[in-house]
Design a protein around this ligand. Structure first.
Ligand SMILES: Cc1cc2nc3c(=O)[nH]c(=O)nc-3n(C[C@H](O)[C@H](O)[C@H](O)COP(=O)(O)OP(=O)(O)OC[C@H]3O[C@@H](n4cnc5c(N)ncnc54)[C@H](O)[C@@H]3O)c2cc1C
Length: 453
């Protein structure tokens, strides 16, 4: 049976040049998608593609996106600092291994990434004239380095797909009916046969992601892993001294420790006026937030030589000291690429070594202290890891409640969930957009179309 009230009202009042509509009164769609981000738009493309491939006309299968903002893709527009790190190069296996820490996430996302891979994303953009290129580190960007080009491509694909976009429409409730769903959005009502929830995470709330989708998912029977910060800066108490603000460290070890629990990452770190940021910090933030949450505190330290053990550093210092007795310790430290020169006085202070000290007069105890400091330089104590400042949020709808092969809910049939709303967290590098595209695509292509009468 085809949805009885299909297409009522939509598509006929669309006279805005940007393709957006304002809905009025009651509306009815076959497929309703809540959230016009990367996942929601891909769900719409895939659903339309599947429908057309089965000879189902656009008017016979009405697809509507309800988006609370005045336009779609707010996060695509700001992603990658406005350059849009759209995906990551490599095989699906590479993407899962590099992009997602937890085995449960890797298992869950495998199907979606095979259904719509990084190459599929790039090919889709290429059909709209947006060429992409991979950097040496695997990050893929549009050649123009302009996120707006990506967004415009998505907007034109939505128009070509005959998808009805209803902007400025904040959904507040959804309810399962005997057949389909009733969805309420600030004074209006929508009914649909199939529902896709693609409302994103809970960080960068000004982009529209305030967690509405989580409440809707709960009301439809789902459980939610409490959102927590991820890919976020770490704030310290006390904040770093002004002389260190703006200092960046390459390939350093960043560690948070408390009562024997240690979490760490290696990579680039930037010291900010509130604490730290940079790729290693963003990646560590999810574990650091969990540690802070469970222990109430945690110390942030730097390992200037993450590729060498403490013993190796001890031997290195001993040999250097024996060979360069007349050299100032500070000169040696300043010559180390791993230690920014602005940090040298702080390293010496923490190691308890005077700036006039030379290798020849350094005691064994002081050398040990220097070695410990180089491997474990304290930058301060965790103050907070702001949820809203994260590029993504961890937590979300529990993965075990979603069929990984279709993105359909296991607890509410005909409901599909996709994107950052789900309890996965990608690393920096294009993995989060890719996961949103892939899960959205899989959701849209998994809609079981009603058999024609
Ligand atoms: C600053 C920043 C930079 C980033 N850079 C990158 C990058 O370079 N590469 C990368 O891979 N990832 C990046 N990310 C992460 C990436 O943008 C997200 O993971 C991805 O966009 C999530 O897609 P989504 O469709 O699941 O959610 P979103 O893109 O967040 O879309 C959800 C949509 O749902 C709408 N919505 C929410 N609630 C309602 C409601 N009640 N009713 C109607 N609509 C609603 C929102 O307005 C929003 O438009 C970045 C994130 C940020 C914040």
């Amino acid at each position: 049976m085809r949805s009885k009230k299909r297409g009522a009202g939509y598509g006929r009042e669309n006279n805005r040049s940007d393709g957006f509509e304002r809905s009025s009164g009651h509306s009815c769609s076959d497929l309703l998608i809540i959230g016009g981000g990367a996942a929601g738009m891909c769900a719409a493309f895939a659903a339309r593609k599947m429908a057309r491939s089965q000879g189902i006309g656009d008017e016979q299968f009405v697809i509507t996106i309800l988006e609370r903002n005045s336009s779609v893709g707010a996060k695509i527009r700001i992603s990658g600092g406005g350059r849009c790190n759209i995906t990551h190069a490599g095989t699906v296996k590479d993407l899962l291994r590099k992009g997602f820490q937890r085995k449960v996430e890797q298992r869950f996302l495998r199907h979606a990434l095979h259904a719509f891979s990084n190459e599929d994303v790039r090919a889709m953009l290429a059909t709209c004239g947006v060429e992409t290129a991979a950097r040496d580190d695997g990050k893929v960007f549009p050649v123009s380095r302009n996120a707006r080009d990506v967004l415009e491509a998505f907007q034109s694909m939505l128009l070509n797909a005959g998808v009805h976009l209803v902007a400025g429409e904040r959904v507040t409730r959804a309810e399962r009916l005997e057949e389909g769903f009733r969805v309420a959005s600030e004074g209006r009502e929508h009914t649909c046969r199939f529902l896709v929830l693609a409302t994103g995470g809970v960080s960068y709330r000004q982009t529209g992601t305030t967690g509405d989708g989580l409440d809707i998912a709960i009301s439809l029977g789902h459980s939610v892993v409490k959102p927590s910060p991820a890919l976020a800066p770490i704030y310290l108490k006390p904040p770093p001294p002004p002389e260190l603000v703006g200092v960046s460290l390459r390939g350093t070890g960043l560690r948070v420790q408390c009562s024997g629990t240690v979490v760490s990452r290696n990579g680039d770190v930037l010291i900010t006026h509130k604490g730290v940021s940079g790729p290693a910090c963003l990646s560590l933030s999810v574990d650091a937030a969990l540690l802070l949450n469970s222990h109430g505190k945690g110390e942030l330290t730097l390992d200037f030589f993450p590729d060498h053990s403490s013993e190796e550093v001890a031997v290195l210092l001993l040999r250097h000291g024996e060979a360069h007795g007349s050299q100032f310790i500070r000169k040696y430290l300043q010559a180390q690429q791993a230690i920014p020169s602005a940090m040298v006085p702080y390293v010496m202070l923490q190691a308890g070594i005077d700036r006039q000290e030379k290798w020849g007069s350094l005691t064994k105890k002081a050398r040990r202290s220097l070695q410990r400091t180089l491997k474990d330089f304290s930058l301060g104590w965790l103050k907070s890891i702001p949820l809203d400042a994260g590029e993504v949020s961890a937590g979300g709808v529990a993965l075990q409640e979603i069929h990984p092969g279709t993105m359909e809910s296991r607890v509410c049939s005909d409901l599909f969930l996709c994107g950052e709303l789900l309890d996965y967290t990608g690393e920096v590098g294009g993995f989060n957009l890719q996961a949103a595209f892939s899960t959205g695509w899989l959701a849209g292509s998994s809609i079981r179309y009603p058999v024609q009468a």
